[in-house]
Ligand binder design. Sequence first.
Ligand SMILES: CCCCCCC/C=C/C(=O)SCCNC(=O)CCNC(=O)[C@H](O)C(C)(C)COP(=O)(O)OP(=O)(O)OC[C@H]1O[C@@H](n2cnc3c(N)ncnc32)[C@H](O)[C@@H]1OP(=O)(O)O
Ligand SMILES: Cc1cc2nc3c(=O)[nH]c(=O)nc-3n(C[C@H](O)[C@H](O)[C@H](O)COP(=O)(O)OP(=O)(O)OC[C@H]3O[C@@H](n4cnc5c(N)ncnc54)[C@H](O)[C@@H]3O)c2cc1C
Length: 671
Amino acid sequence: MPNRCIKEGDNPDLTKERKTCTFDTDELTANLYGSRNNMERRREITKKISADPDFADPIPHDFLSREKCIEATAKKTKAVVQRGSEFCDVTNYYEMLHLINEAIGIGGYPLALHYGMFLPALEGQAEKELTDDIIPRAKNLEVIGAYAQTEMGHGTNLRELETTATYDKATQEFIINTPTRSAMKWWPGNLGKMSNYAVVTCQLFIDGRKIGPHNFLVQLRCEKTHEPLPGIIVGDIGPKMAFDTNDNGFLALDNIRVPRKNMLMKHAKVSPDGVYTPPMHAKLNYGTMVYVRAHMLYAHGQFLATAAIVATRYSAVRRQGRIEHGVPEVQILDYQTQQHRIFPQIARAYAIIFTYMDIKDQYDAMIKGIAEGQTDLLPDLHAITSGLKSVVTHMAGLGIEQCRMACGGHGYSDASGLPKLYGVQIGGCTYEGENMVMLQQTARYLMKAVASALQGKPLSHSVAYFGKKSSGKSRIGKEGGDIAREHEAMLEALEHAACRLSVEASQMWEKRGRGGETKERAWNGVTVEMNRAARVHTRVFMARSFHRRVTSSPPSIRPVLTDLLSLYLHYECVDMAHHLLEDGFCSGEQIRYLKSRLYEDLTTLRPNAVSLVDSFDQSDRELNSVLGRRDGNVYEALYQWARKSELNYTDVLPAVQKYVMPMMEENRSKL
Ligand SMILES: CCCCCCC/C=C/C(=O)SCCNC(=O)CCNC(=O)[C@H](O)C(C)(C)COP(=O)(O)OP(=O)(O)OC[C@H]1O[C@@H](n2cnc3c(N)ncnc32)[C@H](O)[C@@H]1OP(=O)(O)O
Ligand SMILES: Cc1cc2nc3c(=O)[nH]c(=O)nc-3n(C[C@H](O)[C@H](O)[C@H](O)COP(=O)(O)OP(=O)(O)OC[C@H]3O[C@@H](n4cnc5c(N)ncnc54)[C@H](O)[C@@H]3O)c2cc1C
C-alpha cells in the first residue's frame, strides 16, 4: 500500500518503514482534514510558502534575540496580510491557520490575539452599533486588538477583577480606571506593543452599584503615531517560558472615557439613562473563552502530532544498541519501551483531533441556538470544553515531553524543535482558565448530572451514559477476540468508572455538608476527588469520540485506525486501571489481559508507525525540527544547524580572550 512520502535520496531506514505501510496515507490525511480537497489545499499553501523568499529564515530563530525574532515575525506577518490571497482562501479558518503555521510558526505573531480573541469577542458579544463601526476596520487591519481580561492580581476569579467601568449618565460614557497596582492588566497577548485597541474586561458600576465583569472596547494608542493615548500606560511584561514572539502586555487606565456604545452589549445592556438589562444566560459574556477552549483542542492535537512525528521518524533513523548479539545495531523504534513511550502519543494526537471535530459540530449548533434565542446547549458545552481543555493540554504536554526524552540528547537541543514546542504548548494548561479550576467547572456539572440520574431526569449529551445500567462486572477479556465487542467492553468499563467516581465524589461532598460544613467549604475538601471524576469523564468523552470516528471511517483506513483505537483504549484502561479495580468492576486478571493486549498492539502498529505520523501531513517547515525532517537525513542537518550558532562566527570568542585565556595564562605563570 502506498505511503506517499517516499522519495529518492531519503534515509534508507525511513524508506524501509514507509514500504511496510498497509494503508494509503493520503486517504488518512484526507480523513483527518475533512476532504481530499482540504488536503490538497494545505499542500499548495506549504509549497508556495516554502518557495517564497519573503518567508525564508537565513538564520534560524533559535539563534536570534527576542527583538530580532519579533522583527522577523512582524515582517512575515505584513507579507501574509498583503499577499495572503496568493496562498489561500483568507476567509477559510483552517487554510489561514495552516498559512500562519507555515509562514510564521507557533511562537506568536502580532495578530494572534486579534484573530484569536479580539475579533471573536466583538463578533460574539458586541451589538450592531459597535460592530458596524469597528469590525470592518478590524477585519481590514486598520486597527489591531487584544483581549485584556487578566490582571496582575486576578485571572481565575473574574468576579474580583478590579478594573472599573463607571457609567456617567450625564455624558453617556463609561469611565475606565485601574484603581490599584494589582488591577493592572497583565498577560494579554499582543497587548504590549502591537495592539492599538483592546477589549477590556471591567467591573461595571452604575449608580454606585457593582454589577460584575463586562467587556468594553478601548482605544489604547493613537492610530497615526502608535503612541499610547493620554491616561494609558502599556508595555511588554518581559521574557517568558516561550511565546517569545508574542508581546504579552501590561496596561493601566487612568480615567479613560469611552462612549456607551463601546460596551459589548449583544447580551447584557445599559440603556442611555443607565438601566441595566442582564443577558438571557448569566455567562454569555464569557462566550469568547468557550470559543477559544473549543478551538484549542485542534491546536493542541496538532502540537502533540508534531512531537510524535519528530520522535517516530527520528527513532526509525537512529540506530543504537542491539536486541540480540551478533546482529547490527537496531533502530531505536524496535525497543518496546520506545514504542510504549511514543505510540500512545500518536494515538492520543489522533484522538484529540477527532474529538475536536465533534466539539466543533456542537459549538456550531450552540451558536446557531443562541442566535435563535436558545441557550440550552451552553451548559453542556461549557462543562465538556472546560474538561477537554484541561485534559488535552495536560495530556499533550506530558506526551511532548515523553517524545522529547525519547529523542535522547538531541531531543534536549533546540534543533529538535521539541523544547520550544513544549514551552508554547504547556502554556495551554494555564491560559483560558487554569486546568485545576476548569476541571471544577466540569465537576460542578457532573454533580448536577448525578442528581438528575438518581431522580430519573433526562440527561444531556456528554453525561447521557450516567443513565445506563451498569452490568456490575466488566466483559473485558471475555468477548472471544471479537474486536468490536472488546472495544465496547473497554468503553463500558471507563464509563462505569467515571460514573462511579462522580457518584462517590458527590457522596463525599454531601457527607461533609452533613458534618456541618458549608457547601463551599465542603467542596474544597473534596476537589481532588471532584477533579479526578472530571478527568475520567472527559477521557470517556474522548474515547467515545475516537471510537465514533473510527467506526464511521472509510473501509480503506478503518483497519489501521481500528488498530490505533485498540492501542488507545488498552492504554487508557491500563493507565486508569486503579479506577477499574477499586470497586471490583474489573479483576487483576483482566488488567493483566489489558496489558498483554497493549503489548500486542505495539507490535501490530510497528510497521505502520512512520506512516501514521506521515499522515498528519505536517511539512518540514511546520515541524521546524532537524530530527523530524521528512527525508531523515538528520546528522548532516544537525551539524549544519549548529554551524549557524553565533558562538561559531569566530573560533576564539571575545569572552574567552578577555577572561578565560588570561585566567589560564595567570594559572600557568603561577607554577
Ligand atoms: C486559538 C487562539 C489562540 C489563543 C491564545 C490564547 C491566549 C490566552 C487567552 C486567555 O487566557 S484570556 C483569559 C482567560 N481567562 C479565563 O479563562 C478565566 C477563567 N475563569 C473563568 O472562566 C471563571 O471565572 C470561572 C472559573 C469559570 C468561574 O466563574 P464564576 O465564579 O463567575 O462562576 P461560577 O460560580 O464558578 O459558576 C456559575 C455558573 O456559571 C457557569 N459558567 C461559568 N463559566 C461559564 C461559561 N464560560 N459559559 C457558560 N457557563 C459558565 C458555571 O458552570 C456555573 O453554572 P451553574 O453550576 O451555576 O449552573
Ligand atoms: C501564555 C499566556 C497567554 C495569556 N494570554 C492572555 C490573554 O490574551 N488575555 C488575558 O486576559 N489573559 C491571558 N493570559 C492569562 C491567563 O488567562 C491566566 O493566567 C489564567 O487564566 C490563570 O489565571 P491566574 O494567572 O490568575 O492563575 P491563579 O488563579 O492565580 O492560579 C494559581 C494557582 O491557584 C490555583 N487556584 C486558583 N483558583 C483556584 C480555585 N478556585 N480552586 C482551586 N485552585 C485554584 C490554580 O489552580 C493554580 O494552581 C495568558 C496567560 C499565559 C500564560
